[in-house]
Design a protein. Structure first.
Length: 164
């Protein structure tokens, strides 16, 4: 409702003003939540609590994974695989190579095989314990679920989320 004062030409709409203030306060809360999420690490690397970092392993600890739980589509990240066996192989399930592109593997595998269960990387001359780094780029946004299996055939489940 609009009021006019006779002495001054001031338009007043208290209802619009209240709605504007409500929208401003909601926007402030949303902005603070986004900043808090970034500080905690939900938007990618780092953060105060580093909640974006994931660690997974099988019960025998023959395969330990260190990875980022929150990724960005098209941005290369690394997956670190620690192995406790010499001359071993690593199997990434179909869910992995359908959603991510492997840019580089360090050290380079002796052999790569694509099978019905996924893609297998075989490493010879690798001493125990060893660290193998996979540089991967997510191809699509959304939730990624896959398994990594070492020579002992005990899988490690991994869940990641990719932002567009």
């Amino acid at each position: 409702m609009e009021k006019k004062y006779q002495d001054l030409e001031i338009d007043e709409d208290l209802e619009l003003e209240r709605r504007t203030w409500t929208v401003q306060r909601i926007s402030w809360v949303l902005l603070l939540l986004i900043i808090l999420a970034a500080l905690l690490g939900f938007t990618g690397r780092g953060g105060l609590l580093d909640v974006g970092k994931g660690v997974a392993f099988n019960s025998s600890h023959s395969v330990d994974l260190e990875y980022e739980r929150f990724l960005r589509q098209g941005v290369t990240r690394e997956i670190k695989v620690s192995l406790r066996q010499e001359n071993t192989s690593i199997l990434f399930s179909n869910g992995f190579y359908e959603t991510q592109r492997i840019e580089q593997v360090v050290p380079e595998p002796q052999k790569e095989e694509v099978g019905s269960e996924g893609i297998t990387y075989t490493f010879h001359g690798v001493k125990s314990p060893s660290l193998i780094i996979f540089y991967v780029t997510p191809l699509k946004a959304g939730s990624l679920n896959y398994t990594v299996t070492g020579s002992d055939k005990e899988p490690v489940a991994v869940t990641q989320f990719v932002y567009p």
